[in-house]
Design a protein around this ligand. Sequence first.
Ligand code: F6P
Length: 324
Amino acid sequence: MENKIRRIGILTSGGDAPGMNAAIRAAVRTCAKNGVIAVGIRRGYQGLIHADVLEMTARTVNGITHRGGTVLYTARSEDFMSEAGQHRAAQTCRYLGLDAVICIGGDGTFRGALALSRQGVNVMGIPATIDNDIGCSHYTIGFDTAANTAVEAIDRLADTMQSHERVSVVEVMGRHAGHLAVYVGLAVGATSIIIPEFPYSFERDVIEKIREGRMHDKHHHLIIVAEGVGKCDEICKRIADETGLEARVSIIGYIQRGGSPTARDRDMAARMGHFAVEQLLKGERNQVICYRDSRIVPTPIEEALQMEKNLDAYMYRVAGDIGI
Ligand code: F6P
């Protein structure tokens, strides 16, 4: 693959996240500023296999910063899972004359980017997922917007649940990780937060807290359950059986993935998109653009994929201590 960067492909893959458009715009405009042609690849790696592309200019990305979703569409490509698919995608890159591909998404997207780099394609990853579960980066684009959307929905829910003196069991997205659940749970003042990372005692962490709250004139109890734990119906039934209170399940679901990105997500996306292109122009290859200790920093993609992210235990403890 060429060492000089003249054409950069940009794709979004996996679950969309608010702020992806702002990252696309930043990358396209940084290309334009440096005389590099930006090629939008539609539908992630699936589109790359089939050369589903469009040229993007500074003007074609007008007015997309505030829009949720991704103008490039996204997909979870089965075909790209196989080595044959990866080989075909790399051939497309050569056929299109792409000197590098910027891959925006989560860990699945980065595993795809690594596979592509092993086929000789230069890649750069930008972390964008509402789950915030990427080990190498303290922050992923989309998390703040999703958290705020969930908080707004739960505040509304609390109004009606409080009026009926019910218990709310609310499932928050996050796939296998509880980052979103803990952050949201703390923000809404949850009674309990149930996440996959830490064990919990149903009796001590849910039932006793509800009983104690009742004794102190608390009229609404909010139990946040991470998607990775699930079983909300079961949890709800146990609460009703053991406390005699009415309980209701609400699964916020995909609403959390949509909507106009917050300032934080736009800002992070703009900086990461810009940084990704500048790294390529400097001759850097095969990295993930990360946010660590308030700075944008690159990490080699193989290393990035091996890094693990621990759940913020302090945040979890604070939420537990004040959710009484
Ligand atoms: O990774 C983002 C996410 O929204 C997760 O929170 C969720 O588990 C998953 O994607 C849902 O994926 P899909 O869009 O394929 O149903």
